[in-house]
Design a binder for this molecule. Structure first.
Ligand SMILES: Cc1cc2nc3c(=O)[nH]c(=O)nc-3n(C[C@H](O)[C@H](O)[C@H](O)COP(=O)(O)OP(=O)(O)OC[C@H]3O[C@@H](n4cnc5c(N)ncnc54)[C@H](O)[C@@H]3O)c2cc1C
Length: 206
């Protein structure tokens, strides 16, 4: 599969000197990897679920992507509106964002009062609005991220083929090691069989 998972597997395997062939049934990044919300987030909601280890892991990956891919992964500002009587209020949200930034090794959140918020977002419904917490996460162009990862994988010797659908992958017969993989060329309709030592299914929802 030629989404971000397959592209990442191809890059990492090629980097380790493996011979890798990635097969994609349609075009690269055709699946969810071009239809996401484009967020490279640290997972604020994982904190709400109490999973600090996962939040820290995601935040460090976010910071790594920001450093390694400037122009492709960019920091973006988010506003969390606060309303009278609605949980979480200013102070619980501030504590969560302090922890969120602390785990990432940055300090990038602040409080905006109602006037400051409405100046930034003039159309916001202002009933019971008290202000907002302002913090940052990151955004990317998910499709470009896949293409970039594939290109880097190819630079390390990996091969990516689109319009090639895996029809079947089964363990080779007795006495043989690895897998026998049947591939359909979606342009000509031809079927061919390949041998592989290992198969990684990165076919997303399929
Ligand atoms: C609405 C939405 C919003 C999201 N927002 C975010 C977000 O903001 N941030 C974030 O990090 N994540 C987000 N995600 C999650 C993210 O998009 C997915 O985790 C990611 O795209 C999964 O990538 P993948 O490579 O596993 O799957 P996919 O991108 O779906 O790739 C699978 C590929 O496998 C191919 N394939 C399937 N069967 C075969 C076969 N037999 N032979 C060859 N190829 C095959 C498909 O054609 C497809 O291209 C969002 C997801 C959705 C749906």
């Amino acid at each position: 599969g030629g989404g971000i998972t397959g592209a990442g597997v191809m890059l990492e395997a090629a980097r380790r000197g493996q011979r890798v062939l990635l097969l994609e049934q349609t075009d690269f990044a055709w699946g969810t990897s071009s239809r996401s919300s484009k967020m490279v987030h640290g997972g604020l909601r994982y904190i709400a679920q109490g999973d600090i280890a996962l939040t820290r892991h995601s935040l460090l990956e976010r910071e790594r992507l920001l450093n390694e891919l400037p122009g492709l992964v960019e920091r973006a500002t988010y506003l969390f509106p606060l309303r009278k009587g609605v949980f979480p209020g200013r102070w619980p949200m501030k504590a969560v964002l302090w922890l969120y930034d602390f785990l990432a090794g940055i300090r990038d959140h602040r409080y905006l009062n109602k006037a400051q918020l409405l100046k930034r977002v003039p159309g916001l419904q202002d009933q019971d609005l008290t202000g907002a917490m302002c913090y940052t996460d990151a955004l990317t162009d998910d499709c470009r991220l896949v293409m970039r990862t594939l290109l880097e994988g190819a630079r390390h010797g990996g091969v990516a083929q689109n319009y090639a659908r895996v029809v079947q992958a089964e363990q080779s017969g007795k006495g043989e090691q690895g897998f026998s993989v049947t591939v359909e060329d979606r342009v000509s309709g031809e079927l061919s069989t390949l041998k592989a030592a290992a198969v990684v299914s990165a076919t997303g929802a399929w």
